[in-house]
Design a protein around this ligand. Structure first.
Ligand code: F6P
Length: 327
């Protein structure tokens, strides 16, 4: 099959996520398979604006899948949101002879692709974020690793909370979504999980489940708070202390959740997605986001994907309610 594109620019943009390197590797190796050249654009859309690039070949992406972060660096480019910045980026595409771009990131990254598509480039987005908040995809690259990283820290916290009979309030990332908090909360056996998608009734959602657990004989408590919840983990801890007199400690896990070697799941999904992105371009497709529908790799029109909404996993929420007594 003769490929519809000749030279792909690949970039990572927005918050980095473990598994992005596996996606880059898959894009480069698949491109070679389809007879397409591949240029790595460094620092996301900044790189397109500033002509910051690196030629990628078979060897240059060898042994990167197991590494955290992104070898292409990432950035959130404000300049690209301005017309002048976009024009500079298009000039770089012309100079480098790029006829297509694959961007790995979140919704903001995909919006950026639309402006390149308007100028005639073929573009494909790949969902990469630890937040799992891309509506068109049931899974985003980095989520599993972030869940496991958070869990490892929470398991350690539990040891010391148990020894001191304390209440641990742990803030996890997730931007404005609670997917990470729900998964981590279920997996660590939290007493309470707070997410931005549900308004918090402190008495009913926080204090009651802790009291119930206490009556059942529990002497230490794990409360998971998504960073998007109104207020802060410190306020949640103060309210718990005030209502129960429990000794509380707050841990904000922060960027530690974005690092580390990607899990098998993240490497696999990233590799399938990277391969699919190039296959679509070779076939002449453009303006698509590669996504997961359960275990299946699918793709959507970018505009359609951006208009979609994603709810928290209903089954997960039900399990949480049944096991914690939360409403
Ligand atoms: O989108 C990924 C994410 O880690 C969010 O969970 C978090 O809100 C944000 O990025 C943090 O961004 P930054 O690295 O710019 O502080």
């Amino acid at each position: 099959m003769k490929s519809a594109v000749k030279r792909i620019g690949v970039l990572t943009s927005g918050g980095d996520a473990p598994g992005m390197n596996a996606a880059i590797r898959a894009v480069v190796r698949a491109a070679m398979h389809f007879g397409i050249e591949c240029i790595g654009i460094r620092r996301g859309y900044h790189g397109l604006i500033n002509g910051d690039f690196v030629k990628l070949d078979f060897e240059s992406v060898s042994d990167i899948s197991r590494r955290g972060g992104t070898v292409l660096y990432s950035a959130r480019s404000l300049e690209f949101k301005e017309e002048a910045g976009r024009n500079k980026a298009l000039a770089t595409c012309k100079l480098l002879g790029l006829d297509s771009v694959v961007a790995i990131g979140g919704d903001g990254t995909f919006k950026g692709l639309l402006s390149l598509a308007n100028a005639g480039l073929s573009v494909i987005g790949i969902p990469g974020t630890i937040d799992n908040d891309i509506a068109c995809s049931t899974y985003t690259i980095g989520y599993d690793t972030a869940c496991n990283t958070a869990l490892e820290s929470i398991d350690r916290l539990r040891d010391t909370m148990k020894s001191h009979e304390r209440c641990s309030v742990v803030e996890v990332m997730g931007h404005r979504a609670g997917h990470l908090a729900v998964s981590v909360g279920i997996a660590c056996g939290a007493t309470v999980v707070l997410v931005p998608e549900r308004k918090v009734d402190y008495e009913k959602d926080v204090i009651e489940p802790i009291r119930e657990a206490r009556l059942g004989g529990r002497t230490h408590f794990m409360v998971i708070v998504a960073e998007g919840v109104e207020g802060s983990a410190y306020q949640v801890a103060d309210k718990i202390k005030e209502a129960t007199s429990l000794d509380t400690r707050v841990t904000v896990l922060g960027h530690v959740q974005r690092g580390g070697s990607p899990t098998a799941r993240d490497r696999l999904v990233a590799t399938y997605m990277g391969h699919e992105a190039v296959r679509l371009l070779a076939e002449g497709k453009t303006c698509r986001v590669v996504a997961m529908d359960g275990d299946k790799v699918v793709d959507y029109d970018i505009n359609e994907a951006l208009a979609m909404k994603k709810d928290l996993d209903k089954e997960g929420l039900q399990v949480l309610r049944d096991l914690t007594g939360m409403e």
